[in-house]
Design a binder for this molecule. Structure first.
Ligand SMILES: O=C(O)COP(=O)(O)O
Ligand SMILES: [Mg+2]
Length: 223
């Protein structure tokens, strides 16, 4: 069966590494619910989903830190608050989280063409498998890496280089796909090509400002 035509950005690409939150999935409803539950437990006011949307992308500890700052509680113990958040997020990491349009088609088409797929998120590793399984996405990825897997995380290029090396693909034949400036910066520093989507979480700024090699409105455009 002839494979479908592919986007020029994928020309010569053997490994595509995806970011998770804001790129493949809209996870903010569940992240924000866990943040608000944690704030409630601490007798603090809730922040809501719209605020949390601008705070995702630097890992869950940073998300909790930004929430505490927003409610004027930056003096609270951050580790303790983060533990309370993790407790709530563990209870419901995939209740309202959804796969973005075009994602499944793109993953299917890339896998069918024999392109290796990886996933690198700044989210704690423990949440990757349950969320991918809940959304029926787990079988696409040869390797996944969480924000606590190595000593550094995006925008550091180390996780990307680690994954390329493990899968024995030269960085120049790799594409980093993400929603934030951290993904673009990590990709550029790793020597990957970079592609960004505008619909995710980028601290309230357009991700185009970080000058990815390619922008697409939806990952469905890749196929
Ligand atoms: O900050 C997070 O927890 C996740 O972010 P990422 O999947 O976009 O890297
Ligand atoms: Mg992201």
């Amino acid at each position: 069966m002839p494979s479908r035509a592919i986007h020029p950005a994928l020309e010569g690409i053997q490994l595509v590494v995806f970011d998770l939150d804001g790129t493949l999935i809209d996870s903010v409803p569940d992240l924000a619910a866990a943040v608000d539950s944690a704030l409630r437990d601490m007798a603090l006011p809730e922040v809501g989903e719209a605020a949390a949307r601008d705070w995702v992308g630097n890992g869950s500890r940073k998300l909790v830190e930004r929430a505490l700052q927003a409610v004027g509680a930056q003096d609270r113990n951050l580790d303790g608050a983060h533990d309370i958040f993790l407790h709530h997020y563990r209870l419901a990491p995939c209740r309202a989280t959804r796969v973005y349009p075009g994602v499944r088609d793109a993953l299917e088409a890339l896998a069918a063409r024999g392109v290796a797929l990886g996933l690198i998120t700044n989210k704690p590793t423990a949440f990757i498998a349950p969320i991918l399984a809940c959304l029926d996405l787990e079988h696409y990825f040869a390797l996944t890496l969480g924000g606590d897997a190595l000593s550094t995380r995006k925008p550091d290029p180390a996780p990307l280089l680690h994954l390329a090396e493990r899968l024995e693909v030269a960085p120049s034949a790799c594409l980093m796909v993400g929603d934030s400036r951290h993904d673009v910066e990590a990709g550029r520093r790793a020597g990957f090509r970079t592609l960004a989507v505008p619909y995710g979480y980028n601290h309230g700024e357009p991700v185009s400002a970080s000058e990815p090699d390619v922008m697409v409105e939806s990952l469905g455009e890749l196929v």
